[in-house]
Design a binder for this molecule. Sequence first.
Ligand code: TNX
Length: 756
Amino acid sequence: MKNLVLVLMWVLLVNQASAQCPIIPSPSFYSPGMKYRIESALVLDSTELDVNNWNYFKSCLKNLFDIDLKHTEANPLFHFGASPNLSQPPNIADEGYIIDLTLMGNSIDAGSRSGQFYAINSLLQLISHDENGWYIQGATVRDEPAFKWRGLHLDVSRHFFSVDEVKRYIDLMALYKFNTFHWHLTDDQGWRIEIKQYPKLTEVGAYRDSTMLGHYSDQPRIFDKNAYGGFYTQDEIREVVKYAQERHITVVPEIELPGHSRAALAAYPELSCTGLQQGVPGTWGIFDDIYCSKQETIDFMKNVLSEVIELFPSEYIHIGGDEAPKVRWEACPNCKKVMDENELANTHELQSYFIKQMDEFLTSKGKKLIGWDEILEGGLSPNAAVMSWRGMQGGIEAAQQKHEVVMTPTTYCYFDYYQSSHPSEPLAIGGYLPLEKVYKFNPVPNGLSADEAKYILGGQANLWAEYITSLEQLEYMTYPRALALAQSVWCHEKPSFEAFLSDYLAYQEDFLERNDVNYARSIHQPQLEISRKKNGINVHFKGMGDDYHFTVSTKEIGGYSMSGGQAMGVNDTLFFEKAPWGTDPKIIQTSVLDEAGRSSLVNRFVLHSNLGAEIEMVTQPHPKYNHNGSLNLVDGIIGTLPWKGSQWLGFDTSYVEFIVDLGEEKDISSVELGFLDQNGSWIYLPEQITVQVSKNSKWCLKKKFTTKVESTDPTLLLNTSGRYVRVRIEAMEQIPIGQEGGGNMPWTFIDEIQIR
Ligand code: TNX
């Protein structure tokens, strides 16, 4: 008997472990039970259900499943218990809930109205359809969030989204238990919030007369010459805030200062340092003209914030603070006066002074200031919270100084970056942020003590809209990556990426479809996993799960005979052999076709003679742009435009050095390298390249071959022999003043090295 109990327990445990969970973000505990059939209505005892939550539940059920919600006290399918309206039930955290929909129970308890709302969103994901119709998956679910700030941001300045579109964005956030909507309302390219005291902010600042088309780094740049713009009236803002509140989402407004302020300066040029009248720009980037630090601007800002505070009940008000060049301030007598009067040593301290005025003002109004991590420069204002975007270092420093932090590093949270390197991805700003990378995000970085970690409020993804021109595209960039982010900010312990992916594929794509979301299917493209092999590389096409079938065909191009059409199965690997020394490279094109013969992932491999060679990196690439490490330089894939982070190694160092090992001594006649030249993104061609060749990697006294770099694919001609090739690339000292990022160190982006 005892054994039988043990076996039964074992079976139960095993079943539980393998049970897939339809709910995302994954709850702390999930154990499925039987299915409960739903006819045309879900009938429950809603006595203790908050009226807002009831309305929300009812409309979602109707819209998604055409199911009615009905109240009964006699024999309900389940009831909402432990009313958050009365007392907080024991053992349930504030935003937590417990669903007990099993043979033993039929209650839903929550720690608060928010908890109840999250329970409802989980219930929505438990509803499914089979051959017998709709059912709700019975289950025990225990759940509560790990972080207090679970955010998505939206930039409505670069492209404007209507009230209905914003509501739609909020609707989708609610389904995945996000609770903070960061509304980026002002920027250079448009001021989007009505401010009664300053009508020109929207009359003038909300419209631009042209908009950049194509990518920022395209030459020549092309513009759409139509007027573009829009703004929200204060009534509309209130409407959105209320709408979000009903979905337990706090709206945090952002009013940018002192930089990203060209739209405001177009309306009130007297607030700039020069006073010059300029228009609202139609190009992206960072502009030198920012608010002047004089008293007049500070008064203006306080007046604006006074109206903003009235509209947004949120605890935090975001004041921007990022990317404010100091060139105008350096040359401005008014700014100099402020610096002298307040004994400020430099313009960074002046920025701190400016922010501090805002901090004191907001604090006096019972609000908290939050700003981008640049507000650390020149000293953090006493009550300020920091939003860390340039990596997590700013957030770490702020937490160590006992300031609150929201983590939103570009490396994991910039949903304006590409999500795959497939050619069909819509034009994006650059970068590379696939779903799996987002999944790795943990808002609490290593190295913080438990006490410091308490200052991390949570995390957020940012949707900058330079290249996001429609709601459809916004959804494409946001989903499914927002689901991976939801895991990072909700789960105490998230499942493995594989488990998440399997749940996602089993349930969530259907759910997204049911919600009409234009989610990206980028993950359905097989991933390329490249590895070094003796004499070449292996290219492994890693498909998604076992039931996804595709074929890969190869053909040789570039002056050679076309061969190919070679069919392959799932998860296949090709071996590409390097070209024999002394011969021209072969070019192989691979195409991936799904079962319907659609969506081919096309890649070109240049099989040169140092394909897959070992490389010792003396200088390390920046962690953000280090896809596949040194193999990236010899994987046969030549970096292409538009720039997608995965194909290039990026460096922010003054020089780059690495040593290629050819395996044995060779006669060497040339070395060719590839560089990116995208000045708008601070990426410049380097100044010069020096190459040395050695038999045994001893370098002193070795002849140096040097060339100035004048094109994106410079070739050095040499006539020597050796096994090791040392390459040293000298970057330009600084970006020329007057250019984007002028005065800063440029980035160097390198791809493929070909040695012959
Ligand atoms: C940097 S993130 C910005 C934005 C751009 C974004 C594009 C931040 C605080 N500033 O102005 O839209 O990069 O990725």
